[in-house]
Design a protein around this ligand. Structure first.
Ligand SMILES: C=C(OP(=O)(O)O)C(=O)O
Ligand SMILES: [Mg+2]
Length: 556
């Protein structure tokens, strides 16, 4: 019987195929005592296994290349971590077997990581994968991982580890379904990079029977189990229609009546540039620079290092707009050198611009690097600050930009409700605003981005969020300045139309979402987008708002 399951769609498209489960995690090795004289041999076994897994991960990285290689190399470093190895050896010295010592040592490191904010918590799946590989090796059982299959399949997993996703063959993997994970998980990022449909956070996903046919709608976040002939035909037609529309979708973002809405890319570094250019991004709407700083949490990269990285991105977009966000450390992206002390509630603490204003030399170095990176290039560089709360914040940032001799527009992210309500005041100090709807939702609904139990309020269709976006866009229009959206909301094609109707002037998203947004926007007039926005705001819930906007646009 056909059943419909609902999760979170994180990569567009439709995939229909048989379920194949990811090789599951290794069983917990029994807690056995070994005699003292065996300790040395066990320690050597553990070291060998850790080295072999590290070498294997590095080799997989070379094979995969690109963004996946960075992730796999980071995992390889985990397998060689001297502190972890010392802990493993200590445990063996007091009677543990090698596999049990690895299991326990990783468990205590895991607990540390899981409690350390979203960015590090996101690395827990990577760490678990490294542990599983080492334990499997020690036990002499097959490595957990991607199923062997010659037939295309829909991959189902609790969460996907980068070591496996990096090697997935897009010709065989029709789509992903995971039980855990969110829009920022590796599963989501890699599914988008591979261009396969994916639904994450699907309750009960791991209980789907092996071989069952499922239809994954990565745009709607739905999975149909044993879809009937009618549903299959409907989804296949939808997929074909989307594919044709996408193939025909090139050029700039524009409504059917010619209202321009530049479509820009969100990038995390130079390795994302190629995908952005290929997808026809009209520039970059959000360059998240914190990835540069996460390699070494003890110190900031030098001005020269930063300059080289920024320049390589700026060079790729001649005569285009590139909006660089200065370091957004804290909360989900903790950095030891900026956050020496613990905060009870880091999302409400010294995060983003607040941390930079406390350490002006870090901000100055970044702005100096940006100024020299842009020198002599024909690019339209714009620089914005994360977590601007009020006019004083905006002024401090604009002054720092001027002091660094930066010839670029300065801007503020609007991701705190206060900033959305008082965008007019902020725009007296800076030249543009960009709405970060991920954090704006978090702070509007007092709903932590990292907590699955409050995911309902992270839905960007929430009318209260739309109200704040409307207020901010209106203030920007009155000031004659631009107001883009660079949060995940912009990647939802229907919502992109609503945002346009609310007066947003550009949309920035992960490159793979660009063709979907471009082709949807091209179907409707600006007036239709405005009516859809009005209909959505007239509702009191996210689902109702989505439905109301959809009804207006489909002419129901
Ligand atoms: C774009 C945003 O920033 P980040 O997701 O990096 O916090 C946002 O908050 O919407
Ligand atoms: Mg943010």
């Amino acid at each position: 019987m056909e059943t419909r399951l609902r999760g979170v769609g994180v990569s567009h498209g439709v995939a229909i195929g048989a379920v194949r489960h990811m090789g599951t995690a290794v069983l917990e090795p029994p807690a056995k005592q070994i005699p003292e004289q065996e300790a040395e041999r066990e320690q050597a076994r553990a070291r060998q296994a850790m080295d072999a897994v590290a070498a294997d991960l590095t080799a997989r990285g070379h094979l995969a290349g690109g963004e996946a290689q960075d992730v796999l190399e980071a995992q390889s470093l985990m397998a060689q971590d001297p502190e972890l190895l010392a802990d493993v050896e200590r445990r063996i010295a007091v009677g543990s077997t090698a596999e049990r010592a690895v299991y326990d040592a990783f468990a205590s490191y895991r607990a540390l990581l899981a409690g350390a904010g979203e960015y590090l918590a996101g690395r827990v799946a990577d760490l678990d994968d490294v542990r599983n590989r080492i334990v499997a090796r020690l036990l002499g059982v097959p490595m957990p991982g991607v199923p062997d299959s010659d037939e295309p399949y829909v991959l189902v997993a609790r969460d996907l580890a980068p070591a496996d996703t990096a090697l997935l063959d897009p010709a065989l993997v029709l789509g992903f379904i995971t039980e855990e994970g969110g829009p920022t998980s590796h599963s989501a990022i890699l599914a988008r990079a591979l261009g396969v449909p994916a639904v994450v956070a699907l309750p009960g996903a791991t209980e789907l029977a092996e071989g069952t046919t499922v239809a994954v709608d990565g745009s709607a976040g739905e999975v149909f189990v044993s879809p009937g002939a009618r549903k299959r035909a409907e989804l296949e037609a939808l997929a074909a229609e989307r594919k044709a529309a996408l193939a025909a979708s090139t050029g700039p973002g524009v409504t059917s009546d010619g209202h321009r809405v530049p479509l820009l890319a969100n990038i995390g570094g130079p390795s994302d540039v190629a995908a952005a250019v290929e997808a026809g991004a009209e520039g970059v709407g959000l360059f998240r620079t914190e990835f540069l700083y996460l390699d070494d949490s003890e110190r900031a990269p030098s001005v020269e290092q930063q300059t080289a990285v920024y320049r390589s991105v700026l060079e790729a977009f001649p005569d285009r707009r590139v909006v660089v966000r200065v370091l957004d450390a804290g909360a989900d992206k903790p950095l030891a050198f900026l956050h020496p002390s613990d905060e009870p509630n880091p999302a409400l603490g010294v995060r983003g611009l607040r941390a930079l204003l406390d350490r002006p030399e870090v901000l100055r170095d970044q702005l100096t690097a940006l100024a020299s990176a842009a020198e002599g290039l024909p690019v339209h560089l714009e620089v914005m600050a994360p977590m601007v709360a009020d006019r004083a914040d905006a002024r401090a940032f604009a002054e720092a930009c001027r002091a660094a001799g930066l010839h670029a527009k300065s801007g503020a992210m609007v991701e705190i409700p206060a900033a959305a309500l008082r965008t007019g005041a902020i725009l007296r100090e800076v030249e543009f605003v960009s709405l970060g709807t991920n954090d704006l939702a978090q702070y509007t609904f007092a709903a932590d981005r990292q907590v699955g139990a409050v995911a309902r309020w992270q839905d960007p269709w929430q009318p209260a969020l739309l109200d704040l976006i409307a207020a901010s866009a209106r203030a920007a229009a009155e000031a004659g300045k631009t107001c883009g959206v660079c949060g995940e909301a912009a990647a939802d094609p229907l919502l992109a139309c609503v945002l346009t109707g609310l007066g947003v002037t550009s949309l920035s998203m992960s490159p793979t979402a660009l063709p979907y947004v471009r082709s949807t926007l091209a179907k409707y007039t600006r007036a239709q987008c405005e009516r859809a926005a009005g209909a959505a705001r007239a509702e009191d819930g996210a689902e109702e708002a989505r439905r109301a906007a959809g009804a207006v646009l489909s002419g129901e």
